[in-house]
Ligand binder design. Structure first.
Ligand SMILES: [Zn+2]
Length: 356
């Protein structure tokens, strides 16, 4: 059971001994400036990590992707990067590798052996398999437009369990509650699905003891999200200069080009069950990222790690400017509206007919 985990940890040790890019970036990690923050009882942390600049500032529009070598394909690897091949059920092959731009002291990428677009459909069960195989890790997924630097190549990432406040808070709450009762942090929506009530604006927790059960819950949540999109469709920002600055980074907004609802996903296994938090998203980046006035600009690009309570910025000015309150505003801004959440929950409870 621990074999895969042991093997990739050995791979990390080997790669760090080679003294390449990953080795330099892992050595720099202990020097990363950190700030602890609490907002509404949720313990978030802020990291200032200049090595993450490529990820924070990543352009992932169609043109940019067409003209770059994919860094998750074998041809795009650095000479010292090692790969560990693993086959999931259904014979889908993945490569596990050391993330060369780490946020955490053990940070891996898990990408499909085949270059295929970032899409959770058909891969969620694999994510659960990895959360069981890598029991001491959290597995996370960044949707296209939600922090994935390679939206053209299907991948997950793994970081040590206990690193992300969302996972720690969920486990602590479930341990206290010992059942499907609601607390001020988790509110039961329907059997197996809770709304996360603090920090993340539109996050849902799924719990189940089998992959089949989790897939059923996940599919129900995705169907509910689609109905919320249909009922509460907005045209996004009304501020024209913000729209043009946003488009300069993200390309023209064309919802037909997006093949799944915007989301980040965090999964792990604990106490014999699978636990998944789905963070539904409205925006890729907050308005403060595109702020014209450099004195007000905060360069934050929320992905699973940020939605789970660890905010990573690559500029010192952004590190100084980001307060707990501002971080909470950013997370709310890129989440769904409360009206959309009410629609999702009504659908899950069966208050809205399934095939309307
Ligand atoms: Zn690729």
């Amino acid at each position: 059971m621990q074999q895969l985990q042991n093997d990739i940890e050995k791979m990390l040790s080997r790669e760090l001994e080679l003294g390449g890019r990953a080795s330099l970036n892992y050595k720099a990690l202990p020097g990363v400036r950190k700030k602890d923050m609490t907002w509404n009882g949720f313990p978030a942390r802020l990291f200032f990590n200049p090595a993450r600049v490529a990820s924070v500032m990543a352009k992932v529009d169609k043109q940019t992707l067409l003209h770059r070598q994919c860094f998750l394909c074998p041809e795009g690897l650095e000479a010292m990067q090692q790969s560990y091949l693993w086959k999931c059920s259904g014979d889908t092959a993945y490569f596990l590798r050391v993330n060369p731009f780490p946020i955490f002291e053990r940070h891996f990428t898990i990408s499909t052996a085949v270059h295929t677009r970032q899409e959770i459909a058909g891969h969620y069960a694999h994510m659960l398999e990895f959360s069981s195989l890598l029991h001491d890790y959290d597995i996370f997924y960044n949707g296209p437009m939600c922090g994935a630097s390679a939206p053209d190549h299907m991948h997950f990432q793994a970081c040590p369990k206990g690193s992300l406040p969302m996972q720690v808070e969920v486990d602590a709450t479930l341990e206290k509650e010992c059942g499907p009762e609601s607390s001020d942090f988790l509110r039961l929506v329907t059997e197996g699905i809770w709304r996360v009530c603090r920090y993340a604006g539109s996050a849902y927790l799924l719990c189940g003891s089998s992959i089949e059960r989790m897939q059923t819950l996940f599919d129900a949540l995705m169907e509910a999200r689609r109905s919320a999109d249909a009922l509460c469709h907005t045209n996004g920002d009304s501020n024209l200069s913000l729209i043009s600055r946003r488009e300069a980074w993200e390309g023209k907004r064309d919802l037909d080009d997006e093949w799944e609802p915007r989301m980040n996903i965090l999964s792990w296994s604990e106490n014999g069950e699978y636990r998944t938090v789905v963070f539904f998203r409205s925006e890729s980046r907050p308005a403060c990222f595109f702020e014209e006035d450099p004195v007000k600009r905060i360069l934050i690009s929320p992905a699973s790690v940020e939605m789970s309570g660890i905010a990573v910025v690559s500029s010192e000015e952004s590190f100084e400017r980001l307060s707990a309150r501002k971080l909470n505003d950013v997370i709310s801004e890129v989440s769904l509206s409360q009206a959309q959440c009410r629609t999702i929950e009504a659908k899950l409870r069966g208050d809205i007919p399934r095939n309307e």
